[in-house]
Ligand binder design. Structure first.
Ligand code: MN
Length: 263
């Protein structure tokens, strides 16, 4: 139980709509966001928790994110439009994610970012809490991790006794500051958030960040680790990430096949 339970908030909240929806987003963008939710679940990045958002294609000051639910169950009807302040515009009483401020504040801080994934993926969490150890690029698929991912310490922004959740615009903005020059930020005792210039790139990075963490922990058990240099990381981002379409097609096929079998 969190020490500040007298201030605790429910993990799911209903928030009144604050503005009118804009022009409808492209249906293919919604469809891609839906399948991205399913892929992140299938690949073990998210479980019942975690989320992915995309910047609205018609309004850069809005973003799209599922209503409060498990990502693996998201359908097009579950996508809600938000302002960068994290206010829904068409929730119509549906509950929204408490941590929606992660997305709005990063989209505000980084105009180049088109998609954001927040997760508690398993191998990342240990790397958020060990002093003197940072997530570092260990193989060519994860050059974007760089030479030491920043760790967001929520006590610096929220003091002692928070529930670790990014549950306010203030905490979202404090997290977003760490994305200056970085595309992945770890969150102490919580998880991580990764960004990309597209849904596909953000999904790719979320999946390979988790693999990088797993490999790094395995390698550290055996001895001194040789990491990618900054120049190698840059070259891998430039030459490997453009191949995102290949794994994406595979992940989409897996997601569809799995759901055909489920029916
Ligand atoms: Mn979280």
């Amino acid at each position: 139980m969190c020490p500040n339970s007298d201030h605790s908030h429910p993990i799911a909240v209903t928030v009144d709509d604050h503005a009118a929806p804009g022009a409808a987003p492209d249906a293919t963008l919604i469809e891609e966001l839906v399948v991205a939710n399913q892929i992140l679940f299938d690949q073990g990045v998210v479980d019942a928790f975690g989320h992915i958002s995309v910047r609205h294609d018609k309004r850069p000051d809005r973003f799209l994110l599922a209503r409060n639910m498990a990502p693996g169950q998201v359908t097009a009807a579950d996508i809600v439009e938000f302002t960068l302040d994290g206010d829904p515009v068409n929730a119509n009483g549906r509950r929204v994610y408490l941590e929606r401020f992660i997305h709005g504040e990063i989209f505000r801080k980084r105009p180049d970012v088109m998609a954001v994934v927040h997760s508690h993926s398993h191998a990342i969490v240990p790397l958020t809490v060990v002093k003197g150890v940072r997530l570092q690029a260990i193989f060519h698929m994860a050059g974007f991790v760089g030479q030491g991912a920043p760790v967001f310490e929520i006590r610096d922004a929220g003091g002692d006794g928070t529930d670790l959740l990014i549950s306010s615009p203030m905490l979202g903005a404090a997290l977003a500051q760490h994305f200056d020059g970085h595309d992945i930020v770890l969150m102490r005792g919580h998880g991580s958030t990764v960004v990309g210039g597209s849904i596909r790139q953000a999904v790719y990075r979320a999946i390979y960040a988790e693999l990088n963490a797993r490999y790094q922990i395995e390698a550290m058990r055996m001895g001194e680790v040789t990491y990618l240099t900054e120049a190698e990381s840059r070259a891998c981002v430039a030459n490997v990430e453009p191949q995102v379409q290949r794994p994406w097609d595979l992940w989409v096929e897996q997601a569809r096949a799995k759901r055909r079998l489920d029916r």
